[in-house]
Ligand binder design. Structure first.
Ligand code: SF4
Length: 138
């Protein structure tokens, strides 16, 4: 791929509805807790599943994310890195087939301005910074 087109579609929330986990950074945890007026400990106890290697949001029953309300993100201003950066994820940009598969359900892919692939990869590099353990070689 030499360039991609992407522009998020207003009112769409499909990427928040697909099955998967939302991983967060310690900074995301602090920001989301502050945004909701909770202490870090209270936010973590209620919304976060912590393992030795990662932090991820707990899922409520029957939907993918606690913070998806009426097709909108209740913590949009401080949303986790993977949500903010989607679809500029290394695993999608580095694999044209994955990008095309994602385009089948994300209506923003293929829309909007042309983005040079170098710029897209630069954005995606934030994912590697935010989640180093997910991208480090085995
Ligand atoms: S699925 Fe695509 S168009 Fe829809 S909200 Fe997510 S990024 Fe935007």
């Amino acid at each position: 791929m030499e360039a991609v087109r992407f522009e998020c579609r207003p009112g769409c929330s499909r990427c928040c509805e697909v099955k998967g986990f939302v991983y967060i950074t310690e900074e995301n945890l602090r920001e989301m807790a502050a945004y909701l007026g909770l202490s870090r400990g209270a936010f973590e106890a209620r919304y976060v599943y912590r393992t030795r290697y990662s932090l991820r949001l707990r899922k409520p029953r029957g939907k993918q994310c606690h913070f998806l309300e009426e097709h909108a993100c209740a913590v949009h201003r401080v949303k986790p890195a993977q949500c903010r950066l989607f679809p500029f994820w290394p695993e999608l940009l580095e694999d044209a087939r994955q990008w095309r598969r994602t385009a089948k359900w994300c209506p923003g892919i293929g829309q909007g301005p042309l983005i040079q692939i170098g710029t897209a990869h630069e954005t995606a590099s934030e994912m590697k910074q935010a989640y180093p353990s997910h991208y480090s070689a085995p």
